[in-house]
Design a protein around this ligand. Structure first.
Ligand code: GRF
Length: 203
């Protein structure tokens, strides 16, 4: 059973899909807290309405961030972090304290179309401009290098001739909502082993 802290900056559709998976007993977890760098994030609003502790980083000084986040995680007894549209870098001290226990979801097939500036519609624009025939979603472990940690699950989505960044984003998002809870469940069931920048799924 994971005690999840979900970090989100935006609308929170992945947050909601995680909660749905828990409710439908596809994911052995509970959402212990939701954290956002933005006071007005819809994800926080959802958390408040659902009675989940909602934590905002707004107003926290830069040099106090990692301590503040670690205190919030401890206070809410969170033991695993899921980044779901979180637009800020996670402080190194938090990554070190939660080694191999932080996941992120990216709306393309990493290691392509990732890294600095590759977020939201920029990703899907770049995929379409590249002429690639497939895109997809990636769940990976977060380490110190942006969008580079060991991959847990990837699933392909076709790029159609008529796709715009919006239509492709919508199709990729549906896949995100499936694979993120699946990846989290692999950790909940203790089935993931990490070796040499790769993950291996135990039976
Ligand atoms: C998703 O596309 C995710 O892959 C990316 O940010 C978006 C977040 O969407 N990292 P939502 O807030 O979960 O709806």
């Amino acid at each position: 059973m994971l005690h999840l802290a979900v970090f989100a900056s935006g609308r929170g559709s992945n947050l909601r899909s995680i909660q749905r998976s828990i409710d439908e007993q596809r994911l052995e977890a509970r959402i212990a807290m939701v954290l956002s760098n933005r006071r007005d994030a819809l994800a926080l609003e959802y958390a408040r309405q659902a009675g989940i502790p909602a934590v905002t980083l707004a107003g926290v000084a830069a040099d106090e961030l990692s301590g503040f986040i670690l205190d919030a995680l401890a206070a809410n007894k969170a033991d695993f972090i899921a980044l779901a549209g979180y637009m800020k870098l996670v402080p190194a001290a938090v990554i070190a304290a939660f080694r191999n226990r932080i996941l992120n979801i990216h709306p393309a097939l990493l290691p392509a179309f990732g890294g600095k500036g590759m977020y939201g519609h920029h990703v899907h624009e770049a995929v379409i401009a590249s002429g690639a025939k497939v895109s997809g979603a990636t769940v990976h472990i977060v380490d110190e290098e942006y969008d580079r940690g060991p991959i847990v699950i990837q699933r392909c989505v076709a790029v159609l001739d008529a796709d715009t960044p919006d239509t492709l984003a919508a199709r990729v998002l549906e896949t995100e909502h499936t694979i993120y809870p699946e990846a989290l469940q692999l950790f909940a069931a203790n089935r993931i082993e990490v070796r040499d920048q790769r993950t291996y799924i135990r039976d």
